[in-house]
Design a protein around this ligand. Structure first.
Ligand code: GGG
Length: 343
């Protein structure tokens, strides 16, 4: 059955990497119908609307969304970013943000110790709550008496469902990360739900780490980790760290999913990279691996593995962009992966 994929390249680097992901999906034989929508900073500046209603209803109907990156130096107000990416995550209730990190080639590791370099882990980030919900405000703004409050929203349901999902995908261990020694209210809820959910899953090992200790352990010995489950902000921060352990932001994929409704949005972890966008320098691997996650989510595990294998082979052969030590352009890197799938 042909699937309908809504395509949102959006801005900057996103416009360069998404076509490469589609190129690779086609080479892998994906029987998908791709429909691109005009959601970007140009449209926002023209209309003042981040996602028009007519496009929103199409996005709701799609089998999945393939996303690039959103942001533009001409639109400094956070409303645009919130009106695109955060709206999609919140209103489609994409409560799981999956951020895998795998080291495909030892030479991409920044770590000195060979025996601790290996990385094959998954950050399961809560994606619809926490400090990202935008609750709070600024009182006496712009004066020396200004007060700024940012609320950290954590619900019984939200915390429970993300912890339960982590146990569904773990292979050997779930590590729950919080800062419950300092943030006692939110942390208290996470700890209580963690205790109960962990007890209900006795077949897997469990461990708790405070976020500062987790950051330290990730740099010290990332090979120890399988699944890390955490809140929205800590997940965002730790997954940038894990990206650097495998070659940098250009290579890191992600999936925003609702495992119950089946909805999903897949995007590279990187942003719009305005400093290098538009010159063929951007690494398309993060977007290509996000597309690989998308096809797995849609039930094509074999195709997903084939794409990942082609990416690994291209990286190991040095057929990649400059950030990974190669000398290919964005399009040539996409070609190198696509060719391996056709051959
Ligand atoms: N694909 C990730 C993404 O779009 N993130 C949004 C973001 O960080 N935007 C800011 C920017 O790209 O400068």
């Amino acid at each position: 059955m042909s699937r309908h994929i809504a395509v949102l390249p959006c801005d900057g680097a996103g416009k360069e990497v998404v076509p490469e992901a589609i190129k690779v999906l086609r080479a892998a034989g994906a029987d998908f119908e791709f429909e691109e929508f005009d959601v970007n900073a140009d449209a926002y500046l023209r209309t003042g609307v981040a996602i028009p209603d007519s496009i929103w209803s199409e996005l709701e109907k799609a089998d999945a969304i393939l996303f690039g990156a959103v942001g533009d130096p001409r639109v400094p107000d956070p409303e645009y970013l919130a009106g695109v990416l955060l709206r999609l995550r919140f209103e489609l209730d994409l409560y799981v943000n999956l951020r895998p990190a795998k080291l495909y080639d030892d030479r991409l590791s920044p770590l000195r110790r060979e025996d601790r370099r290996s990385v094959d882990l998954l950050v399961v980030r809560e994606n619809t709550e926490g400090l990202y919900v935008g609750m709070g405000g600024r009182f006496k703004k712009g004066t020396e008496h200004e007060v700024a409050i940012q609320e950290d929203l954590n619900t019984y349901t939200g915390v429970t469902r993300i912890l339960e999902y982590a146990f569904e995908v773990a292979r050997r261990e779930v590590v729950m990360v919080d800062k419950s020694n300092a943030m006692t209210h939110a942390g208290g809820l996470w700890q209580a739900r963690w205790k109960e959910v962990a007890e209900a899953n006795p077949k897997l090992k469990t461990r708790h780490l405070f976020v500062d200790a987790a950051a330290m352990q990730l740099v010290k010995d990332p090979s120890q980790f399988d699944v890390i489950v955490t809140g929205n902000l800590f997940g965002d921060i730790l997954s940038d760290l894990t990206a650097e352990l495998i070659g940098g932001m250009g290579i890191a994929p992600s999936g925003n999913i609702n495992p119950r409704s089946g909805r999903g949005l897949f995007e590279p972890v990187h942003g719009t990279a305005p400093d290098i966008a538009g010159r063929g320098l951007v690494n398309p691997i993060g977007a290509i691996l996000s597309a690989s996650m998308m096809v797995r989510h849609l039930g094509h595990a074999d195709m997903s593995e084939a794409i990942e294998g082609a990416v690994e082979s291209a990286i190991r052969a040095g057929e990649c962009t400059r950030d990974l030590g190669g000398n290919l352009s964005t399009g040539e890197c996409g070609d190198a992966v696509a060719k391996r799938l056709r051959d």
